[in-house]
Design a protein around this ligand. Structure first.
Ligand code: ADP
Ligand code: ZN
Ligand code: MG
Length: 481
């Protein structure tokens, strides 16, 4: 029997507010242990949480960008559980009235639905001493800097069907959150975390199979590998006559497997109840409209525009929109009058290669959108050959300057003066009687040699079309053989 995978992702993304969600402690990453804590985020008795308005704004902004409905009324709930990184004994989260619900994002033309997105506070972090980790070390420390940092938990519907699609979903989600500047989406710093729910079912059937939740993936690659492993594991269980048990499993990146952590807890285990220290929140429609008005153009809208209006291929549109910086640069170049296809080719090809080779961002180079526009114009007008255009680009990336001045500085202008080029071609033919004779006798391949010599003599500046035309005129007619 063939099986189909069903995958639903839960993403926790840290919102880029300056301070925590219920207190005024800073959220900066990398501070000394417990340097950013107060009575509220340490869970002292008798203190009260105060909601950070910016966190709510960012949640709304994210909800709108994810095509969600924004609740008119929302509230916070306590999710009760014990863990050493949770001093209050409960996490303030949202249970039955999340701030956002019923959204979707578009991946390769397919709508992947988002069930809900809700606000909650992060927990602290356990720091296990000793190389062997928790069980091999003498003691563990708790760092509460992260306690109370605002998170948006984005719960996807089980619409994903493969590990690759899961990766594409995550990458697009992160991209959107970065476009709207509500999150860094940095997996390494933990500001973008993903749990994957995976089940299998016989292909062609509709009923959902029993799902397993996988945690502890620290990269997109790990998510992809963990899901792949889990699909294979579940398939083997079912094919061996067994049944998949609902549980939470941990991914081990080193050995590429998952292992059971605990049987899956149910909502009632958490004894959710409304947070009595925070009043329910009514969200004014005007506020939502205002946030909506300020949304930038999002990746999917850009892709639509690039393909429909600018005539780019879907692949080019995809690559350009993967980074807001790249598409922003492209937009400026095109707005300033450059032909879109050429601008896209330069950005996706040599410019991206340069950024990868040097491990830098576009903003760290000296290239300006006007530079790229002028470079493309210089190529189109024939002032610059393709080899020298690449030399010019390399210079513009490394050193600030305008195109004309740099062409002059490096002496890159294409030689298009016909009489001047004719002198060069004459000279080449005169010093190569043997090759001319070969050509005449029918070995027309030596034409490449003459062309190469002309380029050498002109340091690559000879206009190729004019050079070819002159060779046509000045070479003897080859004998028919
Ligand atoms: P729970 O009550 O266990 O938290 P939810 O229904 O809230 O389960 O879903 C949690 C996540 O699991 C969601 O992202 C959802 O898309 C996904 N999910 C639910 N059922 C399945 C399933 N059978 N297979 C794969 N993923 C699933
Ligand atoms: Zn605090
Ligand atoms: Mg759930």
């Amino acid at each position: 029997m063939k099986y189909e995978a069903v995958i639903g992702l839960e993403v926790h993304t840290q919102l880029k507010t300056r301070t925590k969600i219920f207190c005024a402690c800073p959220t900066d990453f990398g501070a000394g242990e417990n340097d950013q804590v107060c009575q509220v985020c340490l869970g002292m008795p008798g203190v009260l949480p105060v909601l950070n308005k910016r966190a709510v704004e960012y949640a709304i902004k994210a909800g709108l960008a994810l095509n969600c409905e924004i609740a008119e009324t929302t509230k916070f709930d306590r999710k009760n559980y014990f863990y050493p990184d949770l001093p209050k004994g409960y996490q303030i989260s949202q249970y039955d009235m999340p701030i956002c619900k019923a959204g979707h994002i578009v991946i390769n033309g397919k709508k992947l639905r988002i069930h809900r997105a809700h606000l909650e506070e992060d927990a602290g972090k356990l720091v296990h001493t000793g190389a062997a980790g928790l069980h091999g070390s003498d003691y563990s420390k708790v760092d509460f800097n992260r306690s109370g940092v605002p998170l948006l938990e984005i719960v996807g519907e089980p619409d994903i069907r493969s590990p690759e699609e899961a990766r594409d979903y995550l990458s697009e989600l992160r991209n959107i959150l970065r476009y709207i500047e509500v999150s860094d989406g940095d997996l390494e710093k933990g500001s973008f975390r993903c749990d994957a729910n995976v089940s299998i079912r016989p292909s062609g059937t509709e009923t959902l199979g029993t799902k397993v939740e996988i945690k502890n993936m620290n990269s997109f690659k790990a998510v992809q590998r963990a899901i792949q492993y889990e699909i294979e594991r579940q398939t083997a269980v079912v094919e061996g006559g067994g049944r998949v048990v609902q549980e939470t499993r941990l991914w081990n990146d080193a050995d590429g497997t998952t292992h059971s952590m605990r049987s899956k807890e149910e909502a009632h285990d958490y004894r959710y109840f409304p947070e009595p220290d925070l009043v329910p929140l009514e969200i004014k429609r005007e506020w939502i409209d205002e946030i909506r008005r300020d949304l930038p153009e999002l990746p999917e809208q850009k892709r639509q525009r690039y393909t429909a209006e600018l005539g780019l291929s879907p692949d080019d549109a995809q690559v350009l929109t993967e980074f807001r910086e790249l598409s922003g640069f492209f937009d400026t170049v095109v707005q300033s009058g450059a032909p879109p296809k050429a601008a896209a080719n330069w950005l996706i090809g040599p410019i991206t290669a340069y950024l990868n080779d040097n491990k830098i961002e576009l903003a760290e180079t000296k290239l300006t959108p006007a530079n790229l526009r002028d470079l493309i114009a210089a190529v189109d007008s024939g002032r610059l050959g393709s080899t020298n255009a690449k030399k010019l680009l390399a210079e513009l990336l490394a050193t600030a300057g305008d195109v004309e001045a740099t062409i002059d500085k490096l002496g890159l202008a294409q030689l298009s003066d016909e009489s001047e080029l004719k002198r060069v071609v004459d000279e080449v033919l005169k010093r190569s009687p043997q090759q001319v004779e070969q050509y005449r006798s029918g070995k027309t391949k030596v034409r490449q040699f003459f062309f190469g010599e002309v380029m050498k003599d002109t340091k690559g500046k000879a206009n190729p079309e004019i050079t070819n035309k002159l060779l046509d005129q000045l070479l003897p007619a080859p004998e028919q053989g």
